[in-house]
Design a protein around this ligand. Structure first.
Ligand code: ZN
Length: 202
């Protein structure tokens, strides 16, 4: 499903979106940025520097990225819309975007407080639940020790805080969580509502 098609029933106009998180530069995470032409793009500085460096041209890396799509991030930089960070940042109130590396040099993960507890959008720090459960990093590796460290951190946070993890590629999320009714079956799930600081009610 094309993202523009998926966003329409959710009443999200991509050109009106103010912030987009790019967790890493792989083609399956970075396509269609041109739809969000007015948004700030949040990305780890290490990730951006890597994909705009000559080393990213080697086939083991370039196979997973599209020059034209990295070009959209360059364009955002030219237009003053690229927000690079190191370590951690808050792309919107209540959200926490943390750099963990491993899968790619600046792979990032996003913590979202919701009405049903804290949710971690793990992106490709965890492709499948199995990686967490069996301590088994995925086969695309930039830094293996960092991948193990990220898995250990996430497991600890599940234990300590009851974090709900959404892996980047596991179809089992469609059975573990309830369907998002606005979209066709199997297209999306929903977990609670994003919680920001409650507004004063009159
Ligand atoms: Zn990836």
């Amino acid at each position: 499903m094309h993202p523009a098609v998926a966003l329409a029933p959710l009443a999200i106009d991509p050109s009106a979106v103010q912030d987009v998180v790019v967790t890493h530069g792989h083609y399956d995470y970075i396509g269609n940025l041109e739809l969000f032409a007015n948004a700030r793009i949040h990305m780890a500085e290490a990730e951006y520097r890597f994909w705009t460096s000559p080393i990213a041209g080697h086939v083991q890396f370039s196979f997973y990225a599209e020059e034209s799509e990295i070009g959209q991030v360059r364009l955002a930089e030219t237009e003053g819309r690229l927000k690079l960070f190191t370590g951690e940042t808050a792309p919107a109130p209540g959200l926490r975007l943390a750099e963990v590396g491993g899968h790619t040099p600046g792979q990032a993960i996003l913590y979202v407080p919701t009405s049903e507890g804290e949710v971690l959008l793990a992106s490709d720090a965890v492709h499948f639940y199995e990686e967490l459960e069996r301590n088994m990093p995925f086969t695309f590796i930039s830094d293996l020790p960092a991948m193990y460290e990220a898995l250990a951190t996430i497991r600890e946070e599940i234990r300590e805080r009851g974090l709900t993890v959404i892996p980047g590629h596991d179809p089992d999320v469609l059975t573990r969580f309830r369907a998002c009714g606005a979209l066709p079956a199997g297209a999306a799930i929903t977990i609670g509502r994003h919680q920001t600081t409650p507004k004063e009610t009159p």
